[in-house]
Design a protein around this ligand. Structure first.
Ligand code: ATP
Ligand code: MG
Length: 562
């Protein structure tokens, strides 16, 4: 299903927007934003937020800004800024000329902070971070006022200016809001607004500032400056909403966005905390942020996911306020359905066993024409060469076959997909008894049809040895064996749950010659093996690399039942 065919989603956020529009709020406008912090690559959880924010803007003929929440320069960098833009675009969304950085507003934010000081609503505090924590109190006990809480407006203004001018060391002073140290909501107990950070070079503002605004202060004011009507965020910010409302009301900002919270996506068999994803990259558990096992957008892209399949996933999981723990099978089903419909079929032999067709002239070869898709004639046909040497998969031959085995056995017959029926006449073994080659004969009467009265049940895939392309195939699987690796309740680290078989690399595979023209990132069904994507980034020496996107069926459903 394409997005335009799909009925517009309905959820509690869209219902609220409908109500607001009906009540004539915001002059009938809808303005949202997607506000990532550039301290990592985007992941599948972000995709949920992107599809929600950009999707709402599209459906209500509104706007969605891309705004970097860049108040934490030592964890942020330009690589992340760029990858985030690339990934949002890849998902199919466009922010037009509305690319913003919270750091664009640093001067304005400074002005708002001074305004709070002038209103007696903010003060410079000399307590250490440790002391501030002690003074804050707990959920059960109220906090204590800072001894610096009653500094005069003039003194506060002077100290804050000198903080900006670099007179004080990191941690020596902070600017705090002056709200209520006894508030039952800890976020309201005189939160820090500004801290001193010397020696960091900010990716946007360079060395211009040595004081940086805190996220809570910055985020709501940035939304207000941009005229966001609906500020959609995840549930952990619900308790921050009173603080945001306090800032916006006290400062009389040009707009007062309405914050609506929804639940975070948790996907089984993976993690989506950026801190943990960073750890996987930094400690070498994966190849990088775009490793196909990562739940990042870049990883999904390299694995072979389509933007449509990721959007479809976001539609299927919906938006609610209740726990959103989703099985990996849901995501996999989205890409499987997409590729079953849209990916062309090819043949690839992953564990090659050589077969010599003794009855086929060794100087001869012919070209067979095979459909690219079993149901979609419009996808046409391709040429597949056939000659006296082919490869089949090792698992398609058994010397001592188990019951009901329908593939090749000694003196048995099997059909080569799109080609002839062959019979196994002779087995060649090495000195250790391993089968290294089969000698077979073919029946020239069987090309594309079964002769009268003879039914050959088994059909196997194969490639022509002389024209095949050598390839490396990477069989990716779930990165974690445990469904909730960062909440396993067994006292183990999440990295202890890494699936040891999450990557199997097959270095000597053969793919049919038509794949010589495959484009980087192109996706195929390798018949009987799964869906694969030509790695857009990597080659193994001069061999192309194919990443497995997903298996043909949900093989984990069975494992998890057992
Ligand atoms: P982390 O806590 O891992 O650092 P974050 O939420 O701080 O993630 P941001 O870059 O601040 O990461 O996120 C940008 C937006 O994406 C936010 O509005 C956030 O609510 C949303 N988002 C992040 N993770 C998820 C998730 N798992 N499900 C839904 N939305 C998410
Ligand atoms: Mg964040």
């Amino acid at each position: 299903m394409t997005d335009s065919e799909r009925a517009k989603p309905s959820n509690f956020i869209r219902q609220q927007i409908d109500k607001d529009l009906a009540a004539g709020k915001n002059q009938g406008k809808v303005a949202t934003r997607f506000p990532p912090e550039p301290n990592g690559y985007l992941h599948i959880g972000h995709a949920k937020s992107i599809v929600l924010n950009f999707g709402v803007a599209e459906d209500y003929h509104g706007t969605c800004n891309l705004r970097f929440d860049d108040t934490n320069p030592h964890k942020e960098n330009v690589e992340f800024v760029q990858s985030i833009q690339k990934d949002v675009r890849w998902l199919g969304y466009d922010w037009a000329d509305r690319l913003y950085f919270a750091s664009d507003y640093f001067e304005q934010l400074y002005g708002y902070a001074v305004q709070l000081i002038e209103m007696g609503k903010a003060y410079v505090c000399d307590l250490t971070a440790e002391q501030i924590r002690e003074y804050r109190g707990t959920l059960k006990t109220p906090g204590k006022n800072s001894p610096h809480r009653d500094r005069s407006v003039e003194e506060n203004k002077d100290l804050f200016r000198r903080m900006r001018e670099g007179e004080f060391k990191d941690g020596e002073k902070v600017l705090r809001a002056r709200i209520d140290m006894a508030s039952p909501n800890i976020n309201m107990r005189d939160p820090t607004l500004y801290r001193i950070r010397h020696g960091v070079v900010h990716h946007q503002t360079g060395a211009e500032w040595c004081i940086y605004p805190m996220y809570d202060f910055t985020h709501c004011i940035s939304d207000a400056i941009e005229g966001i009507t609906h500020s959609l965020c995840t549930l952990e910010f619900e308790d921050h909403r009173p603080l945001y409302d306090w800032f916006l009301d006290e400062l009389q900002t040009p707009a007062h966005p309405q914050q609506i919270e929804f639940s975070r996506l948790t996907l089984e068999h993976t993690v989506t905390s950026k801190r943990k994803l960073t750890q996987l990259v930094d400690e070498g558990f994966v190849e990088g942020w775009d490793d196909p096992r990562m739940p990042t957008i870049a990883g999904l892209r390299r694995a072979g996911y389509t933007p449509e399949s990721v959007r479809e996933f976001c539609h299927r999981i919906g938006v609610t306020r209740s726990d959103n723990i989703v099985e990996m099978a849901v995501l996999e089903d989205c890409i499987r359905t997409d590729l079953n419909e849209n990916a062309q079929r090819r043949m690839a032999v992953l564990h090659p066993l050589k077969v010599v067709i003794t009855t086929y002239d060794s100087d001869k070869s012919e070209v067979l024409s095979v459909a690219n898709h079993p149901q979609k004639e419009e996808l046409g046909k391709r040429d597949i060469p056939f000659s006296n040497e082919i490869y089949i998969d090792r698992s398609d031959f058994e010397e001592v076959p188990p019951k009901k085995y329908k593939r090749l056995i000694p003196d048995g017959e099997v059909r080569l997909r799109g080609s002839y029926v062959i019979r196994c006449d002779e087995i060649i073994k090495d000195g250790h008894g391993n089968v290294i080659e089969l000698r077979c004969s073919h029946d020239p009467e069987t090309l594309g049809k079964n002769p009268e009265g003879r039914k050959v049940k088994g059909v196997i895939h194969w490639v022509d040895a002389k024209s095949a392309v050598e390839a490396e195939v990477r069989l990716y699987d779930r990165l974690f064996s445990h469904p909730t690796p960062d909440n396993s309740k067994d006292g183990k680290e999440f990295t202890d749950h890494i699936n040891p078989d999450s990557l199997r690399t097959l270095t000597q595979c053969y793919v049919e010659s038509a794949l010589g023209q495959a484009k980087p990132g192109e996706r195929f069904q390798f018949e009987r093996e799964g869906y694969f994507c030509l790695d857009p980034m990597h080659q193994a020496g001069n061999k192309p690399v194919y990443n497995r996107t997903v298996t043909l069926r949900d093989t984990w459903a069975k494992i998890e039942k057992d």
